[in-house]
Design a protein around this ligand. Structure first.
Ligand code: MSP
Length: 511
């Protein structure tokens, strides 16, 4: 059965320094949903990329003594390479310095001018270059004579300059109505409440151009101004679908976006500014903004300025990409912040991957190789223990689609790993190795069911650990088109006879 189209995005990253675990996390989260939807017969478009304009990047380029574009070419490449290292299945990688993006931003700007939502005035207030964000007086505190944003802790500077403004204030009621009518536009719900309360307090018009630096997209017909980097950056989600050509098949198939995956620190831009720009331009807002929590290291947000970074590349080189992907998805509770450390990474690899799923596959595959000439054949006698395992598995798989549709990855993973645990227990209790001489048929039935369970678990874990599960599914001789999750609708995965290939060790235990 063909299911809905699904368009998912990561934030586009500032190429101002090396990628870190926070970036890896946002990207892997989005990749897991993209892969799940593909495995569930949806047509998927998955986008990531780099956000290359604005003062933050201009300053970083100056520091590196490079022209901004040359600087961006260099670091954007590092982010693009990271997509491969993280095993992302993205369909496109967008850079905001590309022509296709400029066309799209110009068009959106003109639409906002034509709708009367943009006017020229003067900005006077606080600005954080590090966040590329404006802050109100009541969002500023002072430490040792220096001013900071209370929201992000980033330093702010006073700015006074001519600026174009977007009439955000006039969108307050319409936004509140929009949140009410689209009750899952912002997930998790706690984040939605934060946004609604912020909007209810009143919105000020938003400065959407700057005149004190040049690195950005020029305002059409006013070359003195560059477009505010967030208006520029958010538009990437349209540019990749060939906007403003709204009749092309990419745009028709995939807009509005299904989910923008972002970190909670950039919720305001995605959940307030972005739908307001789009509503003003008469373009449908995305269906969902999912704001994940932060990765913490020793209880602080992991970030370059705090110097507490665990380097994703080093971890992948030392432990493996599936290991990192699994750990981040399991350990960081999706909506809230999560502490990570090498110790808990190692514990997680040993307990869930090596001892549970890895051991389940290894013991069954090697037993079948050594005792059954790589083939098992079942008859139709079903024992009580078989029935129990099948029923328990059915119960645990019932809500999996819904969990994924609500970005509830933690519950999803918990259920799947529980199926693996129950299957290991079934094998321990049934002891097929004792039946070889006395009841070979029953032994075959047990092994057949174990392989079905391994196939189901591998299909369900595939979005999270694609490398290891592909090895298992290959060894089960399952074709790519058979590796989809339609078995949750009752479709049989195997016929009565299953032939397997050799399976090498999946996860090494860390001692
Ligand atoms: N360029 C903007 C996004 C524009 S999207 C139209 C930006 N870039 S960023 O490189 O600073 O951050 C990108 C993402 O990484 C954000 O979603 C942010 O939340 C995430 N992370 C950065 N540090 C993080 C952690 N320590 N933990 C989890 N994610 C965090 O913002």
């Amino acid at each position: 059965m063909k299911r809905d189209n699904f368009y998912i995005t990561t934030p586009i990253y500032y190429p101002s320094g090396s990628p870190h675990m926070g970036h890896a996390y946002s990207s892997i989260v989005a990749d897991v949903f993209a892969r799940f939807k593909r495995n569930d017969n949806c047509k998927v478009f998955f986008l990531t990329g780099t956000d290359e304009h604005g003062l933050k990047i201009q300053k970083a380029a100056e520091k590196a003594n490079l022209e901004p574009l040359i600087f961006c070419d260099k670091i954007s490449k590092v982010f693009e390479n990271l997509t491969k290292k993280l095993n992302l299945s993205n369909d496109d990688f967008i850079r905001t310095t590309e022509k296709r993006h400029h066309n799209s931003v110009n068009d959106l700007w003109n639409k906002l001018i034509n709708s009367g939502d943009i006017y020229l005035s003067k900005y006077k207030g606080w600005y954080s270059v590090s966040d590329e964000a404006y802050y109100n007086d009541d969002e500023i505190n002072e430490k040792n004579g220096k001013k900071f944003s209370t929201f992000s802790g980033s330093p702010v500077e006073w700015v006074e300059e001519e600026s174009f403004f977007f009439k955000l204030s006039s969108w307050q009621d319409k936004l509140l109505k929009f949140y009410e009518e689209n009750d899952k536009f912002i997930l998790p719900l706690s984040r939605k409440n934060e946004v609604v309360n912020f909007v209810k307090k009143g919105l000020k018009d938003l400065s959407v151009s700057r005149t004190s630096f040049t690195w950005g997209i020029k305002v059409p017909n006013n070359q003195k101004h560059v477009i505010y980097v967030w208006l520029d950056a958010l538009t990437n989600y349209l540019s990749a679908l060939n906007y403003p050509d709204v009749s092309n098949s990419l745009f028709k198939d995939f807009w509005p976006a299904s989910v923008h995956v972002i970190g909670k620190d950039i919720l305001r831009f995605h959940a307030i500014y972005w739908p307001a720009f789009l509503l003003a331009a008469k373009i449908k807002p995305p269906n969902r903004v999912f704001g994940h929590g932060w990765i913490l290291s020793g209880d602080e947000k992991m970030s370059k300025s705090r110097g507490n970074i665990l380097n994703p590349i080093e971890i992948i080189d030392n432990y493996g990409i599936d290991e990192l992907r699994y750990y981040l998805m399991k350990e960081v509770s999706h909506g809230s912040d999560g502490n990570i450390s090498l110790k808990s990474l190692e514990n997680c690899i040993n307990s869930d991957l090596a001892n549970n799923y890895g051991n389940l596959c290894q013991r069954i595959f090697s037993f079948i190789k050594n005792n059954c000439n790589n083939t098992v054949k079942k008859n139709h006698i079903v024992s009580e223990a078989d029935k129990k395992l099948v029923n328990e598995t059915e119960t645990l798989t019932k809500d999996l689609r819904e969990n994924m549709d609500n970005q509830n990855l933690n519950s999803y993973l918990k259920s799947v790993i529980n199926i693996s645990f129950l299957t290991n227990k079934y094998i321990n209790d049934e002891e097929p190795w004792k039946l070889k001489k006395s009841d070979a048929q029953k032994m075959n039935n047990i092994l057949h069911l174990s392989l079905v369970q391994i196939a189901k678990i591998s299909i369900l874990l595939n979005p999270i650990i694609p490398e290891a599960t592909s090895k298992v599914l290959n060894a089960l001789n399952l074709e790519k088109n058979e590796r989809n999750i339609s078995f949750v609708d009752g479709k049989e995965i195997f016929s009565d006879e299953i032939k397997i290939k050799e399976l090498n060790i999946l996860f090494k235990k860390i001692t």
